[in-house]
Design a binder for this molecule. Structure first.
Ligand SMILES: Nc1nc2c(ncn2[C@@H]2O[C@H](COP(=O)(O)OP(=O)(O)OP(=O)(O)O)[C@@H](O)[C@H]2O)c(=O)[nH]1
Ligand SMILES: [Mg+2]
Length: 183
């Protein structure tokens, strides 16, 4: 698979010659790690500290589709103006790119489960009319019981057919995610 980092953007995003998929979710949920796992290379920056990704990063996959890595939300310790900054940036992104986004991957930690901010994100995606699938992350860290509990809570908001289990650490979920990216 061919993957190329196109740059970090805040506005003036790449020309919409290819459609794009975007990975959203709480800070530290594993967005950048999942992108690296799926493309098979360490292209996105990963960190133990929440808030690692600070801009909107574009990658071009196989000269066919843009992959977009965005900053996470819901980092509790984040100062208020950081939250405002995130919101402004993401609102701008969704507004400008909604026609070009073919799918959103909404990542939810399989141990932590859906939080209030995730539900807000689902509302937001529905408001913009963006199709999304939920990806449970870090299943290698979760017990069967935790996974079931997370699935149960999620069923209130999404149908089970739209949930993919993944582990960036163990390469779980790669095939399903890739097939949606290239769909
Ligand atoms: N065990 C395990 N750890 C993971 C997995 N995916 C990510 N992590 C760890 O979770 C932490 C956060 O990963 P990132 O990929 O940087 O998370 P992010 O969602 O991009 O975070 P922000 O850019 O801050 O929003 C890192 O310490 C990763 O090593 C996984 O599948 N299993
Ligand atoms: Mg990141």
């Amino acid at each position: 698979m061919k993957v190329r980092f196109l740059g970090s953007f805040f506005k003036d995003f790449p020309d919409p010659v290819y459609s794009e998929v975007v990975f959203v979710g709480r800070s530290n949920v594993g967005k950048s790690s999942l992108i690296n796992m799926v493309v098979g290379r360490r292209v996105a920056r990963v960190s133990k500290d929440p808030g690692r990704t600070r801009s909107i990063n574009y990658f071009l996959l196989d000269d066919r589709v843009y992959l977009v890595d965005v900053p996470g939300y819901g980092y509790a310790k984040g100062p208020k103006d950081e939250v405002v900054r995130w919101k402004t940036m993401m609102e701008n992104y969704f507004r400008l790119r909604k026609e070009n986004i073919k799918r959103v991957f909404l990542l939810i930690d399989s141990v932590v489960g859906p939080q209030k901010t995730d539900v807000q994100m689902i509302d937001w995606l529905e408001f913009y009319g963006l199709p999304f699938v939920v990806v449970l992350t870090k299943t290698d860290k979760a017990s069967q019981k935790e996974i079931s509990s997370t699935l149960r809570k999620l069923k209130e908001f999404v149908s089970e057919g739209a949930i993919i289990k993944s582990s960036a650490k163990e390469g779980v979920g790669k095939k399903e995610i890739l097939s949606l990216i290239f769909e």
